[in-house]
Design a protein around this ligand. Structure first.
Ligand SMILES: NC(=O)c1ccc[n+]([C@@H]2O[C@H](COP(=O)([O-])OP(=O)(O)OC[C@H]3O[C@@H](n4cnc5c(N)ncnc54)[C@H](O)[C@@H]3O)[C@@H](O)[C@H]2O)c1
Length: 269
């Protein structure tokens, strides 16, 4: 018996088999969830998402295109879901975007207005936009999970405007959790703050290799987290195991975020 048996939800944010959303989907499927997917309507995304779903063992995936910056596009996703499935139990928000020209050290202070606003729009407001549309379909209550990074709490050179967007996303999580948690709505909203990971979006952040090496050196567990570990945390937050948890940001970073000043590496165990 799986923790997600009988639960159905939409995964926003698979770009390929390296995406955090892919690992979340993998672990949800292992626990019995039924999934639908969206793809950004650019380039080969539809093909890539279909291929990723097939790697997950779904030959005919439920897939709808979605540009989350476009309200009409989001409406179409949730309308289609309602028509095809009726009830919705969970949503995974695993999307982000910022102009990579400004994701480099010493570039934050040069960020133009439009770059700043567009990072917050795609990476934070879209959580609210999805929650608005999910709520009427979550007739038996539900759960929403999104993805953040430590650069939303502390300055991480190169993460820049994306750090601002993550701070906004994490606080949007709390305000949404407060309003959606009340009896009759029963929708929980939580965030996973994951360690650096080499994905398409990750590659856009300057110094990603160094960020991963730094986590391996400075974290409590002296290693990088895996995608599956992030997926398992999502299973917890989307399943009834976490029925009393909402508005939280859970770090899945091998204990990186609890360390202030790391020891100097000695090369000894
Ligand atoms: N990779 C990391 O180091 C890392 C660390 C912590 C948190 N995160 C977060 O994890 C989430 C997933 O990113 P990832 O690293 O798996 O990269 P990814 O490139 O695999 O996924 C990013 C996704 O965002 C989607 N997207 C971008 N703009 C969109 C839009 N307008 N509408 C709909 N979809 C859009 C892309 O299509 C893609 O599927 C993001 O929120 C990211 O900030 C990543």
């Amino acid at each position: 018996m799986g923790l997600m048996d009988g639960k159905k939800g939409i995964i926003f944010g698979i770009a390929n088999e390296r995406s955090y959303a892919f690992f979340i989907a993998k672990q949800l499927i292992e626990q019995g969830a039924e999934l639908g997917f969206t793809f950004l309507p650019i380039g080969k995304m539809e093909h890539r998402v279909r291929k990723a779903a097939q790697t997950l063992g779904i030959d005919e995936p439920w897939m709808v295109e979605c540009d989350a910056n476009d309200d009409a596009s989001l409406d179409r996703v949730f309308d289609r879901w309602q028509a095809d499935h009726g009830r919705l139990d969970f949503v995974v928000h695993s999307i982000a975007f910022a102009d990579k020209d400004y994701l480099k050290p010493d570039m934050f202070h040069k960020t133009p207005r439009q770059t700043f606003l567009s990072a917050i729009d795609t990476s934070a407001y879209t959580l609210l936009a999805m929650a608005q549309r999910a709520l009427p379909l979550m007739t038996d209550g539900g759960a929403i999970v999104n993805m953040s990074y430590y650069g939303g709490e502390k300055v991480t050179p190169g993460y820049n405007v994306m750090g601002i967007a993550k701070a906004c996303l994490e606080h949007t999580t709390r305000y949404l959790a407060y309003e959606l948690g009340r009896p009759g709505r029963d929708v929980r909203v939580n965030c996973i703050s994951a360690g650096p990971f080499k994905t398409l979006a990750g590659a856009g952040v300057g110094g990603m290799d160094d960020m991963i090496k730094y986590q391996e050196m400075a974290s409590s567990m002296k290693r990088a987290n895996t995608g599956e570990e992030v997926g398992d945390a999502a299973v917890y937050l989307l399943s009834d195991l976490s029925s009393g948890v909402t508005g939280e940001t859970i770090h899945v970073d091998c204990g990186f975020s609890i360390v202030g000043v790391p020891e100097k590496p000695t090369g000894e165990g």
